[in-house]
Ligand binder design. Structure first.
Ligand code: 13P
Ligand code: SF4
Length: 305
């Protein structure tokens, strides 16, 4: 079977078996082409809450599939590549957060969506990169305990300077690879290009950008801009997706090292085997975790709309 034949078979089977395929924007383009919805973490959670199909296949990483299950508890939710996790999500566990809350009384616990469901049971609300500044502005509390990504946290803090932030030193190993020296090199090579970056990057990178925002934010900015050239400071799939979407514009990776190995674990073969019912891991969470994490995710959706 070639790529096209596999894609046709996936599309036929997903209709026959009432399956919805959700894909994060960092997955590869052949997977995008068979998905019903592609987007950033916030968009995926909104779609998960709306989907009416019997089965949902998540092409992305584990916390995303868990979020889908929590928002659609009666559906069968499959993680297409069971080994795909987010290393940042494992940087803090519920015990450590309980300890931080004890050490910082009066602080509202806010976590990035890139965390385990168990961790979310200890948080007041979770946020995504696209929703974080708005949600944190709306919180009654002006004392925020933000975990785990201190780079995203620092970027939010600059937009909400009136609030006091406590953070830990977590971060995304993929985005941390981008450095100021990469920005200087890319700008020297492409002096007319705008620099669009993800706020998971270090402050030394976001401070030099023309725009910082979520995956979808970066894509929308590039599509709607009158500029013709862009340096993209996020996972390198976005460079390729944008080049397909805007053939009259030019896109350059900030660094060729910005590849998330976990997001690349989902292959078209995994998706095909999943729609056939022969692969993928069905997500099961305990009732306590489902209820605790749902409260945290529902609060994000409520405040984010
Ligand atoms: P967004 O999709 O919300 O931009 O997050 C990026 C990311 O690193 C997902 O794991
Ligand atoms: Fe996790 Fe970073 Fe990969 Fe996103 S890009 S899944 S935050 S390691």
């Amino acid at each position: 079977m070639n790529t096209r034949e596999m894609q046709d078979e996936i599309i036929r089977l997903k209709q026959e078996n009432d399956v919805c395929i959700l894909a994060h924007a960092y997955t590869s383009h052949d997977v995008w082409e068979v998905a019903d919805y592609v987007g950033d973490s916030f968009g995926l959670s909104q779609q998960a809450a709306k989907a009416s199909n019997k089965t949902i296949i998540m092409c992305g990483v584990r916390f995303m599939a868990e979020t889908v299950k929590i928002l659609s508890p009666d559906k069968k939710v499959l993680l297409a590549a069971p080994e795909a996790g987010c290393p940042m999500a494992d940087q803090i566990d519920a015990d450590w957060l309980r300890q931080l809350k004890e050490e910082n009384p009066g602080y509202t616990a806010v976590c990035y969506i890139n965390t385990t469901s168990e961790l979310k049971t200890e948080c007041d609300v979770c946020v995504t990169s696209s929703s974080a500044p708005d949600i944190i502005k709306k919180l009654d509390s002006d004392k925020i305990l933000f975990v785990p990504d201190c780079n995203l946290g620092g970027w939010i803090q600059k937009q909400v300077p009136e609030k006091d932030f406590k953070m830990i030193k977590g971060g995304c190993p993929t985005h941390l690879r981008a450095r100021k020296a990469d920005v200087e090199k890319a700008k020297a090579a492409h002096p007319d290009a705008l620099l669009l970056v993800h706020p998971e990057c270090l402050a030394e990178v976001t401070d030099m950008s023309d725009y910082a925002g979520s995956t979808t934010g970066i894509m929308n900015y590039a599509k709607n801009s009158d500029a013709k050239e862009f340096i993209i400071g996020t996972e390198n799939s976005i460079v390729q997706h944008l080049q397909f979407a805007c053939p009259d514009k030019k896109f350059y990776p900030l660094s060729k090292d910005l590849v998330c190995h976990n997001m690349k674990l989902t292959t078209l073969g995994d998706v095909l085997n999943c729609v056939k019912g022969e692969a993928g891991e069905e997500i099961h969470l305990s009732e306590d975790v489902m209820a605790g994490a749902k409260r945290c995710i529902d609060e994000m959706i409520r405040l984010g709309e």
